[in-house]
Design a protein around this ligand. Structure first.
Ligand code: NDP
Ligand code: 13P
Length: 295
């Protein structure tokens, strides 16, 4: 299949590596890179299959400024909710192309491990199952692909698990032990499933690779940028310092703000997300947050 990856950050480059095993793949990014098959925007947009791997907060602007509809199918690789509007990525992309040309990739996938061709299993979600199957069939030999049609469930899982990972990093950073972390992760899973259900997602999606699979991964490993944000908060660092030291995107930070906004607007109870919001936005003491959650 002829494909272009848009965004040559960590995940874009890992997906470029992965999809290159079975396909003819080029890559484009805002900042030119010395990568084989790096092409101009115009050339990338000519490909029938696009993979969007830029952070969620910049997707709308990127589409407005750059997208030219030539009938392409898009695989969305970002995980987040837009802070300024509370919109899901699916709400944004469907303003530019119909849902049958859109699919979403989720599941446990640290870019660094995919880049080394280490095995994992991922989920491709689309209301158009035959498109999801096409993206799944073209994954490399070391990634097992599953398909599903619950787009909202996949999106909410991928975005929400980053927020729970921040809370989990706080819990571990404060040295509260394995029991506390497991309690937090399992309550986090319930919280994100309940939130997703109120937007029409299926509960079982949260038990899948994109839900529990990615949550367990991200909320228990220092390889996760979001988990490391939590470690930084537990050390008493301010957000500017944490994000500067991280030097990469941590989608859980803007997503916690988006969830706070949605919770306020719709009157939804999101205890863990609200504590993460209070720590990152209002400077709440992490000890107090954990006490309020688990005490
Ligand atoms: N890293 C991982 O393990 C995984 C990441 N993801 C998700 O993928 C998304 C991207 O993450 P990741 O690749 O790690 O992030 P990085 O920070 O490594 O890269 C982000 C990329 O987006 C581009 N970008 C940033 N801002 C803009 C903008 N305003 N306009 C256009 N392009 C922009 C950058 O382009 P340039 O450098 O050319 O300027 C860069 O190539 C996130 O939503 C993340 O949650 C999902 C699964 C795994
Ligand atoms: O989504 C990811 C793995 O599936 C990456 O998580 P982080 O952004 O927290 O590193």
């Amino acid at each position: 299949m002829k494909m272009a990856i848009i965004g040559a950050g960590k995940w874009g480059q890992a997906l470029y590596h992965a999809y290159s095993e079975n396909n003819e793949v080029v890559i484009h990014s805002r900042t030119p890179r010395n990568i084989e098959h790096f092409v101009s925007l115009g050339e990338a947009l000519e490909r029938e299959y696009l993979v969007m791997a830029i952070p969620a907060q910049f997707v709308r602007h990127w589409m407005e400024e750059n997208f030219v509809d030539k009938g392409q199918k898009i695989l969305v690789a970002a995980k987040g909710i837009e802070t300024s509007t509370g919109a899901f990525l699916n709400d944004i992309f469907t303003q530019f192309l119909p849902p049958e040309r859109l699919a979403y990739i989720s599941g446990p996938s640290f870019a660094a491990e995919v880049q080394k061709s280490l095995p994992t299993a991922l989920m491709i979600s689309s209301t158009n199952l035959s498109l999801a199957q096409t993206f799944a069939d073209h994954l490399p030999s070391y990634i097992k692909g599953y398909v599903d049609d619950d787009v909202v469930g996949a999106e909410v899982s991928g975005a929400y698990k980053n927020v729970i990972a921040i809370a989990s990093g706080v819990c571990d950073g404060l040295g509260l032990g394995n029991n506390a972390r497991a309690a937090l992760i399992s309550r986090g899973l319930v919280e994100m499933a309940r939130f997703g259900k109120s937007f029409g997602a299926r509960t079982e999606t949260f038990l899948s690779l994109g839900g529990a699979g990615d949550l367990f991964l991200t909320a228990s490993s220092r390889l996760s940028r979001n988990y490391r944000v939590g470690l930084g908060l537990a050390e008493g660092k301010d957000m500017d310092t944490i994000l500067k030291e991280l030097g990469e995107v941590a989608e859980g930070v803007p997503t916690a703000k988006a969830l706070h906004r949605i919770a306020q607007e719709k009157g939804i109870y999101l205890p863990i997300a609200e504590e993460v919001y209070a720590m990152i936005e209002e400077g709440k003491d992490p000890h107090e947050s954990v006490h309020d959650l688990l005490g």
